[in-house]
Design a protein around this ligand. Structure first.
Ligand code: CU
Length: 287
């Protein structure tokens, strides 16, 4: 059982942060469908784009997405979305940390320091940026990052990647206090009384955070290459989990339940109970 902690709590534990960074560095070096680049490419480029936005499947699709991503980070993912024994037991219980952008701390500092600071040596801080598509070179799984695709992204989506070769993800965060507030979550989101209302209103606030981070995060084709994407979506998933267990929580409409969350071999009904997905959220933000 992986426990997903807040980033703020991981920042109080140097060993946990070091393990997370080493797990990410390893994950980013994997050149196949168990690697970071492959997962990032499922959300956006290279084509096809699989993610569900502006859809009642927004929450369940991203829950399945994070589920397989976490297995891959834990070195538990086999070929074709199967689960195997961990290749590296040291990483086997890592939970994907959530970024509580509504907290007082985030309204003070903006992006978490652990995901923003530059580190000397090697590839630097693997939580800060990503060399886009590097590990996917020549691996035809969802398409490849060609020179032409990189040129197209630079022309159509200015400011999302650097002009260097290979390209690196960029950010352009707004002032910290412009992040969505806990009071907004409490009054507008967490009291929604229908699944569709909750899904849609949470997706909107989620979009505000993508735009707040700016750069790669502000565009669907490149968002998942920024490592903060995954902790932002862990926060979204956690809010859904909290709402599900509140007096307001409701299941999705019956006609959605058997929808397959492609490309993942899982239906909406199969992602509703996170106990069955073998992860949990720490109860407090600072453990
Ligand atoms: Cu998103």
């Amino acid at each position: 059982m992986a426990i997903r902690l807040s980033i703020q709590s991981i920042e109080t534990n140097p060993d946990a942060l070091d393990t997370l960074r080493r797990a990410y560095a390893r994950f980013k070096s994997v050149p196949d469908e168990r690697g970071f680049d492959f997962f990032a490419s499922l959300h956006g480029l290279a084509l096809p784009i699989w993610c569900e936005h502006g859809s009642p499947l927004f929450l369940p699709w991203h829950r399945a997405y994070l589920y397989y991503y976490e297995l891959a980070l834990q070195t538990r993912l086999g070929a074709r979305f199967t689960e195997t024994d961990p290749a590296e037991p040291e990483f086997a219980e890592i939970g994907l940390p959530w970024w509580d952008w509504a907290s007082d701390h985030s309204h003070d500092v903006g992006l978490p320091n652990s995901y923003a600071e530059d580190l000397p040596g090697g590839d630097g801080n693997p939580l800060r940026q990503t060399v886009v598509g590097a590990a996917l070179d020549g691996v035809q799984l969802t398409g490849i990052w060609s020179q032409e695709l990189t040129a197209l992204v630079r022309a159509q989506l200015p400011g999302v990647i650097t002009d260097t070769d290979p390209p690196v993800t960029l950010r352009d965060p707004d002032p910290p206090d412009d992040l969505p507030r806990q009071s907004t979550l409490d009054s507008v989101i967490m009291t929604q009384s229908t699944y569709l209302g909750f899904n849609n209103s949470l997706e909107q606030v989620h979009g505000d955070v993508h735009v707040w981070v700016g750069g790669a995060m502000s565009q669907v084709p490149t968002a998942a290459y920024d490592p903060i994407f995954w902790s932002h979506h862990a926060m979204i998933d956690r809010l859904w989990y909290i709402w599900q267990n509140s007096q307001f929580g409701r299941n999705p409409p019956p006609d959605l339940m058997n929808t397959v969350l492609a490309p993942f071999p899982m239906t909406v009904a199969q992602v509703l109970d996170i106990d069955r997905l073998n992860y949990d959220y720490a109860v407090t933000a600072i453990a």
